[in-house]
Design a protein. Structure first.
Length: 716
């Protein structure tokens, strides 16, 4: 680590959200200021800094110093204090007043302002009101400095300190000194480890009850991130004991304390003790009770016969329903809540369109929605009706983490249709059902063979397996779909059967190709050639090629494939760098997390329209809507020439290339392979080894998620 001392000469850029700063530091005996970068909260031009870190060389911006820790050095001499206060750095204290204060208190001036501000009234011209204004201005100016100093003294990096500061603001120091474990629940990724470091340094014992409670909450949050709605007590105690370094028995009292204050719910079920975070228990119980309540509400009979339904659909949509589809439509009309499932080519889309027409004939208000923006757009395209995301429909307020639509302000509709329901987690399904009027009918459409939701729970499967509502499974593959090798091979995978891949006849093109190659490097070379040459030449009508892969790391992971594909497919010059990625005009990019201010959501794919270097700004085109990103918002973007299979859920692409190697072994599962294959509309090319395909096909043991919804629905 290198240490530098100097005066903050100029702040070039500062992100108010995460305090990432680019600045110039004037170092004695060095003519030109040096560039420093890092999460530097609470610093101002003219202040003296001591920083530690390391030098790096940036291809565009030259040498710069990456700050790991920093300290604001307040002046100690009378002349230094006079200059510091007289600079106007403290609001309300000009040069004349600064001279008066320093003349009176001399070298103790700053200590008096910091610790004995009432003494300022000893100075002529400073009354109670003025003294309070100076005290407030000083505390406002130095609150961030105090927090950062405290965190760094306790070994917290400036990056993590900036996250804590963003979450708690000036109250961070009070919270951390009072009970540092408060942050463990609010910041699940880093909170416990940081809180534990601070607490143990302050003398907290390993078996302190606050520590053990925070450790249990941390383990439950980790289980939630793995998709579980609850944890089993014995396993929870085992994980917590390993993390805290204390005996399992020590956690019993902490568990009881958490239950007493209402942070968790402990349920005895089938000789197992289930431990829920309170909000997950509320959500899961709420789903079950709301479904039961809606099912108890009488359903108005459909006035149309099957023949009339068939005639109306044929007239309005120019399509003929199969016997299976017609039977489902007629039965759906009699139900309050139904689930419709089926693989590709079984007519789910036609069925949704037909249902919308029949409901319209009855003058019923229909609302369509899906979990993601991509899925909602696709639903709108195939039905010709407006569809929105669930969050937008429910009026989600990101700042307050609340929903505008709820039990007291329900949606105004008669029939609700939600597509891609396998992606809806426990919390979101609870919020949705809470916002639906009890008189409404619900049609839940999804494919349980796809990957489950990213969030906790397995809601669609639990509802189906509870036998609480009628489930209609479309099984017949339509003639046109049956001629598609994509659909036929996907159904083989779905059924656990090795597809009988057929080679295209000489001179003919196929919708599906399996290119056998064992080495990950060969997989990469083949994908580069397919994207840059072979597909554009053979399939000129293909307007979009999306590469999918199970993992991020490795030669055939998203990181390397994106880098390689960018070099081959985008020859644009210039760009802006972030996290080792250079974003250039014409790059295909994906937004990584929901940004409600920009109205761009996790998984949205766009094209870089322009790079404005003078403003360190990027413009991205999302289906005709241009969104601005400054350089410090680029952590919300990634290249999207290749994306993970999980990120592709809810989308369809003209052509899909799937990388499949034995190096992907940890994630090779049948439902992942099935999900990837069913993303392609006109062309699917699998590049990899037969061994990897066989591993994925035979691995149908999807990670068991601990959920209680099925049992709650089955309980009277």
């Amino acid at each position: 680590m290198i240490t530098l001392k100097g005066i903050l000469h100029h702040v070039t850029f500062k992100n108010p959200d995460n305090h990432y700063t680019v600045a110039k530091l004037k170092i004695p005996k060095i003519s030109d200021p040096v560039t420093i970068v890092g999460h530097l909260a609470g610093i101002y031009e003219g202040e003296s800094l001591e920083i530690t870190g390391n030098w790096s060389s940036h291809a565009r911006y030259g040498d710069q110093f990456n700050v790991e820790t920093f300290t604001v050095i307040l002046p100690a001499t009378v002349s230094g204090i006079r200059k510091y206060l007289g600079s106007g750095i403290i609001s309300g204290v000009g040069k004349s007043l600064a001279d008066k204060i320093v003349d009176h208190f001399q070298e103790t001036t700053l200590d008096v302002i910091e610790n004995e501000p009432d003494r300022l009234k000893e100075i002529s011209g400073i009354g109670a009101g003025k003294q309070k204004l100076i005290e407030y201005a000083w505390n406002t100016h130095h609150a961030v400095r105090r927090v950062m100093q405290f965190l760094q003294e306790n070994g917290v990096s400036v990056h993590h300190a900036a996250i804590i500061l963003k979450t708690y603001g000036s109250k961070a120091l009070e919270i951390l000194q009072d009970n540092p474990y408060t942050i463990a629940g609010d910041l699940p990724d880093i909170g416990f480890s940081i809180a534990d470091m601070i607490a143990l340094k302050s003398g907290v014992t390993k078996d302190d009850e606050n520590r053990l409670k925070a450790c249990l909450i941390h383990c439950l949050l980790a289980a939630e991130q793995d998709g579980h709605v609850y944890g089993l007590k014995n396993e929870l105690f085992h994980s917590a004991a390993a993390l805290a370094g204390v005996a399992k028995e020590k956690f019993e009292q902490a568990l009881q304390a958490l239950e007493h204050i209402g942070d968790i719910r402990v349920i005895e079920e089938n000789n197992d003790t289930q431990v829920y975070l309170k909000r997950l228990y509320t959500a899961e119980s709420g789903i079950a009770s709301r479904i039961k309540a809606m099912l108890s509400f009488p359903k108005t009979a459909c006035p149309l016969s099957q023949d009339e339904i068939l005639d109306k659909v044929l007239t309005r949509l120019a399509v003929t329903l199969s016997e299976e589809q017609l039977d489902v439509v007629a039965k759906v009309m009699e139900e309050k809540i139904v689930v419709i499932t089926g693989g590709p080519g079984t007519g789910k889309t036609t069925l949704i369109r037909a249902l919308c027409e029949i409901f319209s004939l009855q003058n019923l208000r229909i609302t369509l929605a899906a979990p993601t923006g991509r899925a909602a757009r696709r639903l709108s395209q195939v039905t010709g009706k407006k569809a929105s995301t669930l969050h937008k429909l429910l009026g989600f307020d990101h700042e307050n983490q609340s929903f505008e639509r709820h039990f007291g302000n329900p949606l105004e509709l008669d029939v609700f249709i939600v597509d891609e329901a396998s992606m809806v987690d426990t919390i979101l399904m609870y919020r949705l059902l809470e916002a639906l009027p009890i008189s409404a009918s619900i049609i839940i459409v999804g494919d349980t063979f796809q990957l489950p939701s990213v969030g906790p729970g397995n809601v669609l499967l639990d509802i189906i397996e509870s036998n609480t509502v009628n489930v209609f499974s479309l099984t017949k593959i339509f003639r046109q779909a049956a001629q598609s090798p994509i659909i036929m091979y996907a159904h083989s995978i779905r059924n656990g059967e090795m597809p009988q891949f057929q080679k295209a006849r000489s001179g003919e093109l196929s919708e599906f190709y399996f290119i056998e190659t064992g080495q990950p490097e060969k997989v990469v070379d083949t994908i580069l050639e397919l994207c840059s040459s072979r597909i554009p030449k053979a399939f000129p009508h293909i307007n979009e090629v999306q590469v999918l892969t199970p993992m991020h790391r490795g030669a055939a992971g998203t990181i390397n494939l994106n880098h390689q594909l960018q070099q081959v497919l985008n020859t644009s010059k210039g760009g802006i760098e972030s996290r080792g990625i250079t974003f250039k005009p014409n790059d295909k990019v994906m937004h990584l997390k929901n940004n409600y201010e920009k109205e761009v959501f996790n998984g949205d794919i766009g094209i870089v329209l322009d790079v404005i270097k003078s403003k360190n700004m990027l413009l991205v085109d999302y289906d005709g809507r241009v969104v601005e990103y400054d350089i410090l918002e680029l952590d919300e973007l990634s290249l999207a020439y290749t994306i993970s299979v999980h990120k592709s859920q809810g989308s369809e692409y003209s052509a899909v290339i799937i990388a499949l190697t034995t190096a992907h072994f940890p994630l090779l599962q049948r439902n992942l392979l099935y999900t990837a294959m069913t993303r392609g509309k006109h062309l699917v090319i699998m590049v990899g080894s037969s061994k990897a395909l066989e591993i994925a096909l035979n691995n149908n043991k999807t990670a068991l998620r601990l959920t209680g919804l099925k049992q709650k629905l089955m309980t009277p």
